[in-house]
Write a protein that binds this ligand. Structure first.
Ligand SMILES: [Zn+2]
Length: 247
């Protein structure tokens, strides 16, 4: 993976897109990154969705850094594999050219690559989703650790209960997930996200400003998300968005 900081000046999303226009590269092999200093609007995110590859936006040292990435957000997200690196926000896109569009966090997005307190935002065909990593087992509601193996295993067991497998080698009469109808794949990932407590808040592009604004405020580092443990079950955690302009 070659990484290029192609642009040195501070720009808006539209300036970034203008620069990227006509630039052909393989997002699986190289990535570009850019500090974004201008406010990011809903229209900007919609434009990013038109790119045929994923975009990730994270915060580092008070700056929003936009990175191009390949499938599954792997390369751009790699700094998060060191959990101590804590970003104040972590947005990624699911491009519109995925057919049908993947409008929900994926099983891949369930992996705990960010700090538990980092707000995770997903921009997709229908709007913006604020989510967190899974906090409970969707089969029984038991609290789930912020641990890669535990989460991977929970996904595996969730599918096994439906006689589906992620791995060809242990098929044993089960359906192989990648060979399922795409809509079914999306529905299963949506069900997992909902039942494991991943989904915190959603707004669709057609919603008025009021609904989109809290999510855009998180992205623009104007408010923060606090996830507060519920008394009875980790699955009852509640989200509070503090409008705190000094953050
Ligand atoms: Zn994703």
């Amino acid at each position: 993976m070659r990484s290029k900081e192609k642009y040195s000046s501070a720009v808006s999303i539209s300036e970034f897109l203008a620069e990227m226009k006509g630039l052909h590269f393989n997002p699986e092999e190289e990535s570009y990154e850019q500090i974004i200093t201008r406010e990011i609007h809903a229209e900007d995110l919609k434009h990013l969705l038109l790119l045929p590859y994923e975009i990730t936006i994270i915060e580092h040292a008070g700056n929003l850094i936009l990175k191009t990435s390949g499938k599954d957000g792997g390369p751009a997200a790699e700094c998060f594999y060191q959990n101590e690196k804590k970003s104040r926000v972590f947005l990624h896109t699911h491009p519109l050219n995925d057919e049908p569009p993947m409008d929900t966090p994926s099983f891949q997005d369930a992996r705990p690559i960010a700090h538990p307190s980092t707000p995770l935002l997903l921009a997709h065909a229908n709007g913006i989703t604020l989510f967190q990593h899974p906090i409970c087992d969707p089969r029984n509601g038991k609290p789930l650790e912020h641990d890669d193996d535990a989460i991977k295993n929970t996904v595996r067991m969730f599918l096994h209960a439906k006689r589906i497998t992620l791995f060809k080698e242990d098929r044993g009469g089960k359906s192989y997930f990648p060979q399922l109808d795409k809509n079914r794949q999306i529905a299963l990932q949506r069900e997992f996200a909902e039942k494991s407590g991943m989904i915190l808040k959603e707004a669709v592009w057609d919603d008025d400003e009021k609904k989109l604004k809290p999510l855009l405020d998180i992205l623009n580092l104007r408010s923060k998300m606090e996830v507060v443990s519920g008394l009875r079950s980790a699955c009852r955690r509640r989200l509070f968005i503090n409008s705190n302009r000094d953050q």
